[in-house]
Design a protein. Structure first.
Lengths: 320, 274, 325
């Protein structure tokens, strides 16, 4: 069995403030995730701003180093003590897709130059093989190389540019692609094109995806596994469809009840507003205490650890 | 890219000055710095377009050589300072860490030290023995940190942008990232820095020369004014002698300024798109 | 009632002039929440600016006019040209990003005062503001704070409070919740719906999120490439959309619990810089015929109050007729 993703006590602490007024923000707080599978999987990490999902992506992409803990992606050690893979091996194992397709490319360069570089430098192809690899990757995402060659980023739409990003990420045949909010800046009618692309890449070409998003509906649509995060902690993790159809953690329930969906009118209920972020991050007990409808005394002092339910999921709640 | 009117005027002025100072000397019959070539204090005429001064030199030809020397000093010092500013700024901004701290401390030190008083002190100490190029070297020391700081801030902000990560995941080494991704954004800054440096060097040298602290035997814009003042040109109503270099300096200054801001203006609109 | 008479709004840029809103002709009824939906570049924000009367260079109302009611005091017709006199009292605006709309160095309560001309401020005003904020279930201490001390959601609620303090007849909201988390968004939308139910005013709500439109709007205007393509009751539009763009857009949205295959729309909206003939959705439409390419469909009333701009409104298409890329 491949270990697609395994984090162990992953922590990331940011210290804000000056000499006298330091605040600690636990952007990632004891994150433990394990996904083992032989088949490729799409794993979604959902949460709102401040949940830590983007920090998790950055740690896995080695853009940020964690304060403590370890992380493995496809059996390769990304963070933590031990021997780490070389740059080349790392880039051939995982590749990123960023949120803003227009920021992902420099305005001074043509987009195909990035694909060419990836082919030559990471996949170590010869110049002629590189061109073939580029054309093939572009074909997989539904674009023609002749339409892409020599063009600058501002000549594409957001959806097309994001697909070029995917093509670039595919060239070194990575085992997993880490996509940080890949469709949030694309128009609604073009979103599904990219989302469906992820699905077909998983099914036909055996690529796994780590899909970071705040959009639960697309997460439901393509994920095998889902992890819900709140203020740096995982609150629920397991099979995507099970969790989203029958959420057990009060925060997951709140999230689902708040999504504006077509076809289902909202229940009108009073909601507690979030408190100031820094305070919530330093809370001793369960981070969700202030807003939780079923909070008890135990929640005030004790951080809940994972409870494994019979359907295979982990819930981090004393009362789930 | 459409050039705005400012840039056009600036470039025209610079072209006149540069080409003039390079080509015209071929038509000189006599070395202008040789004293006593002509009768003294002649008013402007066809033979002597700006007249002659109390040293028997043709003011016009002296001015031409002076402009040439000032510009040469300006351009060569600029080249060195811009190169240094570019390299140190990029390294400090992109690499960061202790290297950044050391370089920034160095930059800030040289910025904080007021250049002009130091130059005065140095010049008085080595008076007479200053070679023209020593002045240039000293100007390099004080000129590089200013644009280095701007380059550094630009590099710092570029470093955080997503296409840098993209380039790294495409297998680019640090050198490749700096030259292919960061440099294009810094390029326009460097062009402006280059032009501004020419301005600074020529005017500082002129200022030093006016108070007699540069090598005043070498004709530069400032040294003309020095000699004119030493010979009481204002008192003896030899206005052309004093005014010629002053007007020339002002026009040269204008040309450099217009080119610099015009170029910046042209690229500012473009930067919005990149 | 807001009457939009053949609005053509143009931006003047270095490249030339572009019509961001190209011929919108509608009447918006009173007392309803009207959603304006569409994607980037469709013209919805520009339309809002025109209705608000915020017509500063480079935006200009090249043709057409907006007519509101008759001013009961002066007896004159209020139009987009003199609407400025009525800002905050009769019509107000909730912007997208509250951080750039609130002055960061001034306390919130003082910013309420900006809306009142000096002569009309009384000692009571501050008390009235506090009472109003409290009545919206917001913590009264919030208005004594500086903007940066409040969370994004709280700031946006304050913006809503400011915009509704004078009980205006018309409120224009430009994507007020787009930058906020879902949970916070729901809170603000419920607040808006509450206010509208109590004051019975008209809210024009611009958003690209169809789910939000479903939840809160009574009527909807769908825009595509600077044109109005569908306008009617939200219930009708969501139940059975008549314009193929609206239909495909709604059908592309995934729902939790629904496992049907979803597809996006191929291609992309046309560039407004080009010379456009015929129906602007034609290149991407599964029902397209030669007629569509030559003749632009007019916005026609299909049933009372329900307008569609399509030659084949209401026709069905097979899913596999759509070319998949």
């Amino acid at each position: 069995m491949n270990t697609i993703l395994k984090t162990s006590h992953l922590n990331k602490v940011y210290r804000l403030g000056g000499l006298f007024n330091r605040i600690r923000i636990n952007a990632l707080d004891d994150v433990n995730l394990t996904i083992e599978s032989d088949a490729p999987a799409i794993i979604s990490i959902v949460g709102e701003s401040g949940s830590g999902k983007t920090t998790l992506a950055k740690v896995l992409l080695r853009l940020v180093s964690p304060t403590s803990g370890s992380a493995l992606v496809y059996d390769r050690l990304i963070a933590g003590k031990g021997e780490k893979p070389s740059n080349r091996e790392f880039f051939s194992t995982l590749q990123p897709i960023f949120q803003n397709p227009f920021e992902a490319f420099s305005g001074y360069r043509t987009v195909d130059s990035y694909l060419f570089e990836t082919a030559v430098r990471v996949a170590r192809l010869s110049k002629t093989d590189a061109v073939d690899a580029m054309a093939e990757a572009l074909r997989l995402v539904g674009l023609d190389y002749r339409d892409v060659r020599g063009k600058y980023p501002n000549q594409f739409s957001g959806g097309e540019l994001q697909r070029v990003s995917v093509a670039r990420a595919l060239i070194p045949h990575p085992k997993i692609i880490i996509a940080d909010e890949p469709v949030s800046m694309i128009d609604a009618s073009l979103r599904m094109n990219v989302i469906n692309l992820f699905l077909s890449l998983k099914e036909e070409f055996q690529r796994s995806f780590l899909y970071i998003t705040h959009d639960l509906a697309t997460a439901y649509y393509i994920s095998d596994y889902i992890g819900v995060m709140y203020r740096g902690c995982i609150v629920e993790f397991g099979d995507a469809r099970t969790i989203l159809s029958d959420p057990r953690h009060p925060y997951t329930q709140l999230l689902i009840a708040s999504i504006p969906q077509v076809g289902q009118k909202w229940e009108v209920r009073k909601m507690a507003l979030a408190d100031i972020e820094a305070k919530e991050f330093q809370f001793e007990g369960c981070r969700f205490y202030n807003r939780c409808p079923i909070a008890g005394d135990r929640c005030l002092v004790e951080r809940p650890s994972a409870t494994s339910l019979t359907d295979g999921r982990d819930v981090y709640c004393h009362f789930a | 890219m459409k050039m705005n009117i400012r840039l056009k005027i600036g470039l025209v002025i610079l072209a006149i000055f540069t080409l003039g100072s390079l080509i015209l000397p071929f038509f000189m019959k006599v070395d202008p710095s040789r004293q006593g070539s002509y009768p003294k204090n002649l008013p402007p005429s066809l033979e002597h377009p700006l007249g002659t001064n109390s040293l028997g030199q043709s003011i016009f030809w002296f001015l031409v050589i002076a402009i040439r020397n000032s510009l040469m000093l300006g351009v060569s010092v600029s080249c060195v300072t811009t190169l240094m500013a570019g390299i140190t700024g990029l390294v400090a901004g992109y690499v960061g860490g202790w290297l950044d701290r050391v370089l920034t401390a160095l930059m800030d030190t040289f910025i904080a030290i007021p250049a002009f008083p130091i130059l005065i002190v140095l010049s008085t100490l080595v008076r007479g023995q200053t070679s023209f190029w020593l002045v240039g070297v000293i100007l390099v020391f004080f000129g590089w940190p200013w644009s280095a700081r701007t380059v550094r801030s630009m590099a710092l902000s570029i470093r955080e942008r997503e296409f840098i990560s993209m380039a790294r995941f495409s297998g680019a080494s640090m050198l490749q990232v700096v030259s292919q991704e960061v440099f294009p954004y810094v390029y326009t800054l460097l062009v402006v820095a280059f032009i501004d440096a020419i301005l600074w060097v020529t005017t500082t040298e002129a200022a030093l020369a006016v108070i007699g602290l540069s090598k005043v035997e070498v004709p530069t814009l400032g040294s003309i004014i020095f000699w004119a003042l030493s010979y009481n040109a204002l008192f003896t109503r030899q206005y052309t002698w004093v005014l010629a270099p002053v007007v020339a300096t002002i026009i040269l200054f204008l040309g450099i300024f217009l080119t610099s801001t015009g170029y910046n203006q042209m690229y500012a609109t473009r930067r919005g798109h990149s | 009632m807001i009457r939009l008479n053949n609005i053509v709004a143009t931006y003047t840029t270095v490249r030339g002039q572009v019509d961001a809103v190209d011929g919108v002709n509608l009447t918006i009824p009173d007392g309803k929440i009207v959603g304006v939906a569409g994607e980037s570049g469709c013209g919805k924000t520009t339309l809002l600016k025109v209705i608000y009367g915020d017509l500063l260079y480079p935006l200009a109302l090249r043709q057409g006019s907006v007519e509101y009611e008759i001013d009961t005091v002066s007896g004159r017709q209020v139009t987009s040209r003199n609407i400025k006199d009525y800002w905050f009292k009769y019509i107000s605006y909730i912007p997208q990003s509250s951080m750039s709309s609130l002055n960061p160095v001034v306390r919130v309560c003082k910013q309420f005062f900006d809306f009142l001309p000096v002569g009309q401020r009384t000692d009571n005003t501050l008390a009235e503001i506090r009472e109003y904020v409290r009545s919206l279930d917001l913590p009264p201490e919030a208005i004594d704070a500086y903007p940066h001390q409040l969370s994004g959601g709280m700031r946006q609620r304050i913006m809503v409070a400011m915009a509704t303090f004078f009980k205006p007849e018309i409120i224009l909201a430009d994507e007020p919740t787009t930058a906020l988390d879902v949970v916070v968004q729901k809170g603000i939308l419920m607040l808006l719906m509450d206010i509208q139910a109590k004051m019975n005013n008209t809210i024009l709500f611009v958003s690209h999120d169809m789910g939000v439109h479903y939840q809160i709007t009574h009527k909807m205007l769908i825009m595509y490439a600077a044109k109005a393509v569908e306008f009617g009751d939200s219930e009708d539009i969501f139940r059975a959309p008549l314009h193929p763009y609206t239909k495909m857009l709604i059908e592309s949205l995934p729902l939790i619990g629904d496992d049907r295959v979803r597809t996006g729309i191929v291609g992309r909206p046309p560039s407004l810089w080009e010379d456009l003939h015929g129906c602007r959705f034609a290149p991407r439409c599964p029902l397209v015929t030669e007629l569509c390419r030559i003749q632009e469909p007019a916005l026609i009333e299909h049933k009372p109050g329900y307008f569609v701009a399509c030659h084949y409104a209401g026709n069905t298409y097979q899913k596999n007729e759509i070319a998949m890329q």
